[in-house]
Ligand binder design. Sequence first.
Ligand SMILES: Nc1ncnc2c1ncn2[C@@H]1O[C@H](COP(=O)(O)OP(=O)(O)OP(=O)(O)O)[C@@H](O)[C@H]1O
Length: 470
Amino acid sequence: MSHVEENYSVFWLETEKRLKETISPTDYTVWISRIRYEGAAAGKLMLSVPSQFVYDKVDREFRSQITDIISDLTGEHIKVEFVIKKISAPSPAAPFSGGDDEENETKKPHAEVSRTEKERIIDYEASNLNPLYRFENFIAGENSAFAYSAAMAISKNPGVTYNPCLVYGGVGLGKTHLLQSIGNYILENNPELKVVYVTAEMFTNEFIQSIGDKKTQAFKNKYRKVGVLLIDDIHFLQGKDSTQEELFHTFNDLYDTHKQLVFTCDRPISELKDLTSRLRSRFERGLNVDLLPPNYETRMAILKRKSAEKNMSIPDDVLDFISRNVNTNVRDLEASLTKLIAYSTLLNKEITLDIAKEQLKAFPAHNAASPSLSIETIIRVVSDYFNVSTYDVKGKKKTKSLIQPRQIAMYLARILCEYSTSEIGSEFGGKDHSTVMHAYQRVEGMIKTDEALNQTVQKLIREIRDYKKN
Ligand SMILES: Nc1ncnc2c1ncn2[C@@H]1O[C@H](COP(=O)(O)OP(=O)(O)OP(=O)(O)O)[C@@H](O)[C@H]1O
């Protein structure tokens, strides 16, 4: 690559980042993340998209934004050119590192299957899948082990094991990544199955369009004839009665014929509003699994892997700093890393702890992590929820009605704030390290077996995060 090309690839990285900050996460995932940097010549940036379908959308809606950003960054007027490049599936022999040994074993035989490169060209256009979302690059920690295993089981036996399946969790925790990994796995291992991925928003828009065009039958045929239907962000359907009605019938048709259905949602179904009870009961019928925020160890593992994927060697103290301070979600972790890498590449500087502290100072997720989320907030939200006083939650009374809220509050302080157990103890009326540890272990153990308690804890996490925003 020439010097100019190297600079443009960095500018493209920065352009992606700015787009990510201005457009919706769905638009970013579905359209922008599928664009690849191809090269550059003076005044010209060459990008590729995987299909005509993506080309049309990107050309229509994002070209001028991309041109403006890249021109702004380079200080010259840059012409942006797109080429359509069908993506071939990555080699099935690609190393697996999702943290599941059994999967390592089961993937090996695929490496021996002799399929030509041409045969492995998969029509991603029809499926709407982004081939980059794969089990191989999903890091499964304690927070996502259950969802990951369920997704893997579904992929190996679509329509058989867990049908339907709903994956729910807060923003940026990997719902889309996991959902699309299922699709990509099935596409590559069961090419005879027609896989379709859509966001609930795309499904709704397409349905509305089909009414306007008097093509509802074609719409029904399209969705009722798939082998695997993956619908992302079903919370979008709240209040959209006709789309819910249509999905209800699609669901029944597919379910009755043992076609796999997987959905994602940003909260448990029980917390959705304006959803017809019959659709609600369909979603709740199968397996519902949650994705939780990653803990410190998983955040470190994710950062290590993501920096290795970007061929960057980042000192452990910097990764530790990010992991401790960005505890919101994986998207924010990635964004922190991208910012540091862009800074270091553009200015040709080593990434040090001081640089990380300086650069991430103004980063919203960084600020949201510890200083603005106080233990006091957690105690207040938990007290309100259980209808007890904050004084009693912090206090020493051993009544049954107070022990559980107190232990839950300590548990939440530990997972959400990154304070040491001694610091947490002192906020709870001077309790010691071992009391906090005991509370943490107790709640952690109980939520694994008591689903109702688990739901309560998840609800409290959402309320605490929302409390911060207000
Ligand atoms: N466990 C993980 N391992 C590796 N990457 C992850 C993991 N979880 C999330 N990511 C990455 O974080 C980013 C955000 O993930 P994703 O879009 O799947 O989140 P989401 O839960 O669907 O968010 P939203 O609710 O906002 O749509 C993506 O780039 C994804 O690849």
